[in-house]
Design a protein around this ligand. Structure first.
Ligand code: GDP
Ligand code: GDP
Length: 438
């Protein structure tokens, strides 16, 4: 389900990044080593008293002359007003209330959006400093004294934020409905694809209660099954501001990936691969989602017999960290191979949810270890005792070995390839969990 968004705004140096890092705790460390993912510190999932939401650091203002800062702060606030469910305005108790704080508070107040006023750098525990009262003058309610550095006061501030979060009801789609996120750069043709599908299939446009206002999912039922196309950043209704603010559209894309079973990574055939594509694809990979790469606008490409093959070979290199991903060359405009796309969605969703019996798995393992001996070091050889699938979406296998350090990446790769050769697992990442047993 789409999570509510909490945006953090404020002048440079008031402590926004520090607060942001405090709020998200250790969450970011999880995704450290994924190939293809350059980590962004701009947003993350946060949980407080069992409620989940996204915190967004709208930072990025470089200290400059006052009027430049103000212009950027206005823009920041504008974006937050447009996109966030709750806005946290961070100020600095040591500077007192500044003219820029007044200007932004005024904008936020007029927008009618819920605003929580945080007065940062109140480092001493106990009675709030007298300077705090000045912040009532901003006219956006009670100031919350916090110390982002030490964490004081952030709990009360979070409680206040929770009061304003919209209800997020559980999704009520059927179990057999496949949730699909179409992701890709602006202009790749995402909305054209959805509109094409919407125009030709029986479509129910549903507004799920409680989800972020502009999220509109498209439900499609055809001979291939039931599908929900998750809206990313207003795929259907585009607003100018969304386009300008990549930050938030990337965020929406990530949130769509979180909700999806299958991600369609859409590439514009005319532009080809870009870094941003591998970033979002990397996220889908790391979240264990099934993926398909759809090369769109195929109608515009001049082709000879090898064109498709060459395109695919090039993209396979670009997406080498997800070598399992299948390709389809489509035209959202003409509808070419859109049927094929549905077939593939269905297929990769099943692959992502596959269950392999322990018996067959260990047959494959036995065969693999006979063919290529496990690695050894200083006379000790790796022994793989047993492997069993513990979960699906993505298929996850626990492997029991004598010594984990001997199970080198290259040998894991080899085993993974043997499993893939036997079972296919097209379009889905798989995971290994390694357990030592004496
Ligand atoms: P941003 O520009 O708003 O993102 O501000 P930063 O998070 O980069 O913080 C600016 C400076 O203020 C840094 O030197 C922080 O260490 C410091 N700072 C942030 N929060 C606190 C706090 O609660 N107390 C104190 N004393 N310093 C803080
Ligand atoms: P989005 O930003 O990814 O949602 O992209 P749009 O769906 O708005 O498409 C961007 C532009 O590309 C529009 O002018 C579309 O008409 C055009 N477009 C999208 N798909 C195709 C396609 O398959 N073939 C051609 N020729 N144009 C396309």
């Amino acid at each position: 389900m789409a999570l509510p968004i909490v945006a953090v705004v404020g002048r440079p140096n008031v402590g926004k990044s520090t607060l942001f890092n405090k709020l998200i705790g250790q969450r970011l460390s999880i995704v450290e080593d994924t190939p293809g993912v350059t980590r962004d510190r701009i947003y993350s999932k946060c949980e407080w008293r069992g409620r989940e939401f996204m915190v967004v650091d709208t930072g990025g203002i470089e200290p400059d002359t006052d009027d430049v800062i103000l212009a950027q702060m206005r823009r920041q606030a504008e974006v937050a007003i447009h996109r966030a469910d709750v806005i946290v305005l961070v100020t600095d108790v040591r500077c007192g209330v500044t003219a820029n704080d007044y200007a932004v508070a005024d904008m936020l107040q007029k927008s009618g959006k819920p605003v929580v006023l945080a007065v940062n750098k109140c480092d001493t525990i106990g009675e709030p400093p007298l300077e705090l009262y000045e912040f009532y003058n901003l006219g956006i309610g009670e100031p919350f004294p916090i110390s982002s550095q030490h964490g004081h006061g952030t709990g009360d501030m979070l409680d206040e934020i929770l009061k304003y979060l919209p209800e997020t009801d559980a999704e009520d789609y059927d179990e057999d409905c496949i949730k699909v996120a179409v992701i890709g750069k602006p202009n790749a043709g995402k909305s054209s694809l959805i509109n094409k599908i919407a125009g030709e299939e029986r479509v129910i446009v549903s507004d799920i209660a409680g989800t972020t206002r502009d999220a509109t999912d498209t439900v499609v039922e055809n001979e291939q099954g039931k599908f929900v196309f998750i809206d990313t950043a207003g795929i259907r209704k585009k607003s100018r501001i969304t386009e300008r603010v990549e930050h938030f559209s990337v965020l929406r894309a990530y949130m769509a990936v979180d909700r999806a079973d299958v991600c369609i990574i859409m590439i514009d055939a005319q532009t080809g691969f870009t870094e941003q594509d591998s970033k979002v694809a990397g996220y889908a990979h790391e979240q264990g989602k099934a993926s398909i790469i759809a090369v769109n606008k195929w109608d515009l490409i001049e082709k000879d017999t090898n064109t498709m093959k060459e395109f695919q070979e090039k993209l396979e290199k670009d997406f080498s960290f997800m070598s399992y991903v299948p390709f389809v060359f489509i035209s959202a405009k003409t509808g070419q191979r859109v049927n094929k796309l549905f077939e593939m969605i269905h297929f990769v969703a099943n692959q992502n949810a596959i269950r392999i019996s322990t018996g067959t798995l260990n047959d494959v393992l036995a065969y693999a270890t006979t063919r290529v001996q496990p690695p050894s070091d200083k006379g000790r050889r790796l022994k793989i005792y047993y492997m069993t699938q513990v979960s699906t979406k993505p298929p996850t296998f626990v492997t029991f070995v004598n010594r984990a350090d001997l199970f080198h990446f290259s040998y894991q790769r080899y085993i993974e390839n043997q499993i893939r050769t036997t079972f296919g697992l097209t379009g889905t990442p798989i995971r290994f969990v390694i357990r030592e047993r004496g």
